[in-house]
Design a protein around this ligand. Structure first.
Ligand code: GCB
Length: 617
């Protein structure tokens, strides 16, 4: 299914070992063998790394375009060997240690002017010493994300390859690690690919590189690899889930689960796969909510390992047109957000970035954010959990994906699986979104339906949606509807609409009515228009703050007539970079639909939405 990479046979000629090592598959979501890296002992590898730009992939292929890593002897010019001349007559045409450097984590585009538009391969290198705290411990190398494809080598050996720019992955390095002078080398390639997820065409900046934290994680030999705890949909006093061990001592292994505040203290015994189902009842659970985002301290202990987490319990469901949080109807007062750093520009990745974005959303009166159009960093959902902000998370299936290609499906399924693996214990996350604005067709609906079924198997505790498109109702252009077979699959019927921007002027909204023939809650996942902060004029003059303000006023009136309306996430909180947006003096490479400028200044429409949300309680 996936391309694979090969590793050179070891010198000792052990055929069996070599056969085992021969196929290093692309890293698939391993159903998170190493969940909750937040609370595990770790050593950060963040910092200054050397890099080499390699548009021709000269460090990866020989001059016959054969991958060095596939050769019996890769030779010194394979960058992952980090070769150094052993005499002045040696010919080696690269040197990481003399090369320029980049900060990790961070996209390369906004760190170096010459890399601003770069799309291609770039090699990273760092060195580190590491002695595990205990001889029997295992060590993993963890990457929060690398956009888009990463080939990873430690001490000259290939660890594997990961595809997908927004989800975490890891490799066990216990056998390769040495106490001193480890060299870690990666090729990260952000070339857009037609059959990729996302595909060639998007409306955001294709930031390349190691955009999230890199760390070493140490575990005991057998450790608590993964777990899931969630409130039973039918019984609000019951918590379900599982614990999965990783390591040699899988069978009949005691795993103790403690939630001191709920007086829960139960020991489970794993099956031979190292897994145990968890189910228990607890009285007086304080449910996680927007007003009181209660999280409980959870302690898992196995023979050697102990792992803690902070988990909230809540239910989310729908009943006819309503969305119910803990059984009570809720209106989702939302805003869409791209993952860009308000402070620095470029890809956001820190807790400070998350705090600024979510604080603005709070100030706007939101109880809900749509994290568009790909999985954001883990700080966002951890902080949303703490702040009581509901979250929509999205798989980067955007616009024109190759619906017929099974490998493309596998890439989409893998990213969705990795996202669910990372965030399934976050109470704030209530919706998994399968896709954005995908053109309805049979293969597309089949593709998305398979993804939805996958999400439902992995996680019975959340709602499924996708940002769909609207169309004219029975040919009447002033009457709008949703005609899309995928609407039957989703729990929440979400769609984007741009009446007043791509579709007439703001006043057009006055003449539009809606016929929605689904008995489901409706969420307007996008509406909006562009405005350059500080540019003022007539309300029908494009790009003025007055135009955007008027568009919000008219749109909010129009949407309020939709009987099933239960939420919205207008487009968008902050202006964001996009190479599709090049109008000089106005856009200059930025999508200007933000309610806040890239310099952090609020536009007039911010206050229109704020007033609407504040009046909604
Ligand atoms: C959309 C897309 C979003 C774009 C936005 C726009 O419908 O979903 O990714 O950025 O429109 O600004 O045109």
């Amino acid at each position: 299914m996936f391309p694979t990479s090969k590793i050179k046979p070891p010198g000792n000629g052990s055929l069996f070992l070599w056969m085992l090592l021969l196929w290093i598959p692309v890293i698939n979501a391993q159903d998170s063998l190493l969940n909750n890296t937040y609370n595990r002992p770790s050593t950060s590898l963040n910092g200054i790394w050397n890099y080499i730009v390699d548009p021709y992939e000269n460090g990866f292929y020989n001059y016959r375009l054969e991958a060095f890593e596939d050769q019996e002897d890769p030779g010194q010019n394979a960058f992952f060997t980090n070769a150094k001349p052993s005499s002045p007559s040696d010919l080696i045409e690269y040197d990481f240690d003399l090369a320029d450097s980049l900060l990790v984590p961070g996209d390369w585009n906004t760190q170096k002017e010459k890399l601003f538009y770069y799309e291609g391969s770039l090699w990273y290198k760092t060195s580190f010493d590491h002695t595990p705290a205990n001889l029997s411990n295992r060590t993993f190398l963890y990457f929060g994300a690398a956009n888009y494809q990463a080939d990873v080598y430690l001490n000259g050996q290939k660890l594997g390859k990961h595809i997908g720019g927004f989800t975490p992955f890891n490799f066990e390095i216990t056998q390769i690690l040495r106490p001193r002078d480890n060299f870690l080398i990666l090729k990260v390639d952000n070339k857009r690919v037609k059959d990729g997820v996302p595909t060639l065409n998007t409306d955001w900046w294709n930031y390349g590189g190691l955009t999230r934290d890199v760390k070493l994680i140490e575990t005991t030999a057998t450790f608590i690899g993964d777990y899931f705890l969630y409130l039973d949909a039918a019984n609000p006093e019951k918590i379900n889930g599982y614990v999965q061990l990783n390591g040699p001592e899988l069978e009949n292994h005691p795993v103790r689960l403690q939630i001191p505040e709920l007086s829960v203290d139960t020991t489970y015994f794993t099956n031979k796969m190292g897994r145990t189902e968890v189910a228990f009842t607890a009285e007086n659970i304080a449910y996680w909510s927007v007003e009181d985002p209660k999280r409980y301290q959870i302690i898992f202990s196995s023979r050697e390992d102990q792992l803690t987490d902070q988990i909230g319990f809540r239910s989310i469901s729908t009943r006819e047109d309503d969305i119910l949080l803990n059984g009570e109807p809720i209106f989702l007062k939302g805003i869409s957000i791209h993952e860009e750093s308000p402070a620095r520009g470029g890809r956001g990745n820190s807790m400070e970035d998350a705090r600024q974005l979510l604080s603005w959303a709070k100030e706007l009166g939101c109880n809900f954010v749509r994290l568009a159009h790909y999985p954001h960093n883990e700080h966002m959902v951890r902080l949303a959990d703490e702040m009581g902000m509901l979250v929509w998370e999205e798989n980067p299936v955007y616009w024109t994906i190759s619906w017929d290609n099974p490998e493309t499906y596998a890439l989409a399924a893998n990213q969705l699986t990795e996202l669910i693996a990372r965030d399934k214990n976050r109470a704030s996350v209530i919706i998994w979104s399968m896709a954005n604005e995908t053109p309805a067709s049979e293969p597309r609906t089949e593709f998305l339906s398979k993804l939805a079924a996958l999400a439902r198997t992995k996680d019975p505790s959340r709602l499924i949606s996708a940002a769909l498109e609207q169309s004219a109702y029975r040919g009447e252009s002033n009457v709008r509807t949703i005609q899309d077979d995928f609407a039957k699959v989703v729990d929440v019927l979400s769609f984007n609409q741009y009446i007043g921007w791509y579709d007439g002027l703001p006043e057009k909204a006055q003449n539009i009515s809606w016929v929605i023939e689904h008995n489901k809650p409706v969420l307007i996942s996008e509406f909006g228009g562009g405005a350059k902060q500080g540019f003022h004029g007539d309300k029908n003059t494009r790009w003025t703050e007055e135009y955007q303000e008027y568009l919000y006023e008219e749109t909010l009136k129009m949407l309020s007539s939709i009987k099933q309306l239960r939420g919205m996430s207008p487009w968008i909180l902050v202006d964001f970079r996009s190479p599709r947006r090049m109008l000089p003096k106005i856009q200059d490479g930025w999508n200007r639909k933000g309610l806040i400028s890239d310099e952090g200044k609020k536009k007039k429409a911010f206050f229109v939405l704020q007033q609407f949300y504040n009046s909604k309680d």
